[in-house]
Write a protein that binds this ligand. Structure first.
Ligand code: HEC
Ligand code: HEC
Ligand code: HEC
Ligand code: HEC
Length: 129
């Protein structure tokens, strides 16, 4: 009986940690972006290796993710909204840029500033072979 209980405990802990690890490391699985709000796409999905940016290049999460409080302070934390299109819609809304511009300004802005990373359409939106 005791052995069975231990085995059950191990199974539950194992499953629980798989679940937790799965959610913590979900962003590591992102390699491209294709949002539903662009219902009639003009370009193939954009390549975006999240691990390369966040881990290998060690870019600060807050360089890309944000939630601004009323003083304009970026108070984003890992558990909070990470879908850019949750706030940036197809059209501009107050200070919120339209989604395509929000992505392009963020991605290309840094690549241009750093003089590294793709700047041409086809490098980010490669045609499928
Ligand atoms: C170079 C920009 C950039 C950096 C740096 C970055 N992220 Fe992201 N992250 C993104 C983008 C873009 C997405 C996809 C957003 C979307 O789908 O609208 C994303 C998605 C996510 C998601 C959602 C995962 C999912 O599966 O939906 C999480 C969680 C996340 N990032 C956490 C982090 C954490 C933690 C850091 C810092 C260690 C970080 N990000 C650094 C740009 C970045
Ligand atoms: C919780 C809502 C929210 C989410 C999620 C969000 N944004 Fe924003 N974003 C805003 C608001 C509000 C502003 C305007 C800030 C201002 O000018 O006061 C803004 C501004 C921007 C700007 C202009 C420069 C700056 O940082 O102020 C860019 C570029 C941008 N967002 C890109 C992104 C990207 C890329 C993502 C996803 C990784 C994202 N946003 C997610 C609300 C959001
Ligand atoms: C804060 C800076 C920064 C931001 C923001 C950023 N990048 Fe990058 N990105 C880089 C740098 C630096 C490199 C070059 C890495 C290298 O060549 O070693 C790069 C490289 C890339 C590459 C080439 C990857 C490869 O395997 O060579 C792609 C694709 C890319 N970025 C897409 C994006 C997209 C899409 C976004 C916006 C969602 C984005 N990046 C936002 C800094 C940034
Ligand atoms: C640094 C990477 C990068 C470059 C360079 C880039 N884009 Fe994008 N683009 C993105 C990202 C990221 C999105 C948001 C992807 C998504 O979620 O659908 C996007 C979205 C789009 C969209 C909206 C979705 C659609 O297919 O209708 C269009 C149109 C677009 N880009 C056109 C262009 C054109 C034209 C160029 C060249 C002038 C270009 N992009 C250059 C990263 C890039």
């Amino acid at each position: 009986m005791k052995k069975n209980k231990i085995a059950l405990y191990v199974a539950i802990v194992g499953l629980a940690s798989l679940f937790i690890l799965g959610s913590v490391y979900a962003q590591d699985d992102i390699n491209s972006l294709q949002h539903d709000i662009f219902s009639t796409r003009e370009r193939p999905a954009a390549i975006f290796p999240h691990t390369l940016h966040a881990d290998d290049l060690a870019i600060d999460c807050l360089d890309c993710h944000h939630i601004y409080d009323k003083d304009g302070e970026n108070v984003w934390e890992d558990t909070e909204e990470s879908d850019c299109t949750a706030c940036h819609g197809l059209e501009a809304d107050g200070k919120k840029l339209p989604a395509m511009k929000a992505f392009h300004d963020n991605c290309k802005g840094c690549h241009a500033k750093e003089n590294k990373g793709p700047l041409t359409c086809g490098e980010c939106h490669p045609r499928k072979k």
